[in-house]
Design a protein around this ligand. Structure first.
Ligand code: XMP
Length: 517
């Protein structure tokens, strides 16, 4: 693999993705991993990520010079570039000149294999206080900016190079090209990491792990669990049984859709378990968001344990041979939980609502090394229907956290009807892809006066919460066309009797969260 050494900025994941965009497999390792351990992973190349602003900062992560002297190609980025310069005997100085954001870089025309083919003047994305003022001996300086005499360098024979800017962000116009030039021309790698290869490799691995045993999978209907199930199904066919817990907090048509998509289209055995009474019973009288979430999480665990027992009984035998559970864990989950190595742990905030920690299962996690967009590509190649692959996020607790106030069957009916209209109109306007997700929220504790026909009404408001986002960590409210908003509003107030007002949430995240609870 190409190893991205994470110096503590938020960019390491992005770099790893960009490397994979170039069809080269990459993984992230922490900067404090000992050099021998890093080298034991047999890296084809190393990328040193950005990090804190100064190599002189107290506690700034240090770079062991042995890492850049090991004969492995190294690409330094921003902080990694400076750390590399320092380790190799160059000079990094507090020049007092800082650069943040879009900056003009001027290329010197050298280092053709690395920055060749990109314009002499180009826009790059900078974020640094210190600068490399002298390149290490034997290195060719490839670019300068107003504040930085050495903004890029390379040593072609030693296959070492770097840039002061962030090639991984789209604002660096030729960033991806510089990265690819480095990987292919300087480091001499081949672009062999493809969706097809990943599927082959994972299928092989799953077969090896599972053998003849039975495997179960809890489907949420979302992208990750669906693609994980599809991969396992590809590997072991009918040894896989999926179950889907209907908690009564699903959207209109969702259960039928899941049954149809998996069983009919994908040929996967799905057992639906109707647990709506259990969940609605547990939610009775609750209005506090955390108490609602906890109740839903708890009932998920109970349903899950019941389902497990039922399935074991149905599949026959002592249950001894059902020892595998499929999880749709993605690479960002692994990186964020500080893992990557060692025993799998189940996240408490998983999209099936938090699974019990003492599960007596071995986990099958075929997506553990993948990013979301790769998971989507694999899903497509495996024939997972587009409507699942491109599906917008939907929270595990479902409509339970979108009815503000007590969750009752009546409230759910109202919300379901309004949500179905809003979703249908968004789809009809062709905006599903542009909008990250659009929660529709019922304020069951609020009433307002309206007029309909000749009569006064006293109904509930519905909130539309369309957001655009890259990763749900931050979000902005989507500027939906007014005529679309008007159509949604008209239809909801006409067709859903209990609703006499539709309002739009125009709050970014932060300070608002995407969901209202
Ligand atoms: P917030 O509301 O925290 O949501 O801005 C961020 C993203 O996470 C989703 N979400 C959840 N997903 N279980 C989930 O599987 C949950 O309990 C949960 N809560 C929020 C939300 O829809 C958004 O995409």
């Amino acid at each position: 693999p190409v190893l991205v050494v994470d110096f503590g900025a938020q960019y390491a994941q992005l770099i790893a993705r960009r490397v994979r965009d170039a069809n080269v497999y990459s993984e992230i390792v922490p900067h404090n991993m000992p050099v021998e351990k890093i080298l034991a992973k047999n890296p084809a190349a190393l990328v040193l990520s950005g990090g804190p602003s100064s190599v002189y900062d107290d506690g700034a992560p240090s770079l062991d010079p042995a890492l850049v002297e090991a004969g492995v190609p190294v690409f330094g980025i921003c902080y990694g570039f400076q750390a590399m310069a320092q380790a190799l005997g160059g000079t990094v100085s507090h020049t007092g000149l800082r650069e943040y954001g879009a900056t003009d870089a001027t290329l010197t025309g050298g280092g053709v294999s690395f920055l060749g083919g990109t314009p002499v003047m180009q826009n790059v994305w900078m974020s640094h206080g210190d600068s490399v003022t002298e390149a290490p001996a034997g290195f060719e300086v490839l670019a300068t900016t107003e504040a930085t005499p050495v903004a890029a360098f390379v040593h072609e024979e030693r296959k070492l190079g770097g840039v002061q800017w962030h090639p991984e962000v789209r604002h660096s116009n030729f960033g991806q090209q510089a990265l690819e030039n480095f990987l292919f021309n300087v480091a001499g790698l081949e672009p062999t990491w493809t969706t097809g290869n990943v599927i082959e490799e994972q299928v092989e691995r799953i077969r090896e792990q599972v053998g003849d045993a039975q495997v179960i999978c809890a489907l949420s209907g979302g992208v990750d669990s669906s693609v994980a199930a599809a991969l396992v199904h590809e590997a072991v066919g009918d040894q896989l049984t999926c179950f889907f817990i209907d908690h009564g907090l699903l959207r209109q048509g969702e259960r039928e859709q899941v049954e149809q998509d998996y069983a009919e289209t994908m040929g996967i055995r799905v057992v639906t378990i109707d647990e709506s009474d259990r969940f609605l019973g547990a939610l009775e009288g609750l209005t506090d968001p955390e108490l609602k979430r906890k109740a839903i999480g708890r009932e998920f665990i109970r349903s899950f344990e019941d389902a497990q027992r039922t399935l074991i009984a149905e599949l026959g035998g002592s249950g001894e041979d059902i020892k595998f559970l499929v999880q749709g864990t993605l690479y960002p989950d692994v990186v964020e939980s500080g893992g990557g190595e060692g025993a799998a742990n189940i996240k408490s905030h998983h999209n099936v609502g938090g699974l019990p920690e003492d599960l007596k299962f071995d986990l099958v996690e075929p997506l553990r090394t993948l990013f979301k967009d790769e998971v989507r590509a694999i899903g497509r190649q495996l024939g997972v229907p587009e409507k699942i692959v491109a599906r917008q996020p939907f929270p595990g607790p479902g409509l339970g956290i979108r009815v503000i106030g007590e969750v009752t069957r009546e409230n759910l009916e109202v919300l379901r009807a309004a949500d179905a209209i809003a979703r249908a109109e968004l789809t009809r306007a062709g905006l599903d892809e542009e909008v990250w997700q659009m929660p529709v929220v019922l304020l069951s504790q609020v009433r307002s006066v309206g007029v309909q026909g000749d009569g006064r009404t006293y109904g509930h408001p519905i909130v539309l919460r369309p957001v655009s986002s890259e990763d749900a960590m931050t979000a902005d409210w989507s500027r939906l066309p007014y005529d679309l908003l008007a159509r949604i509003s008209n239809r909801i107030t006409n067709e859903v009797q209990e609703v006499n007002r539709v309002v739009l949430d125009v709050t970014s995240k932060p300070p608002g969260t995407i969901e209202w609870e």
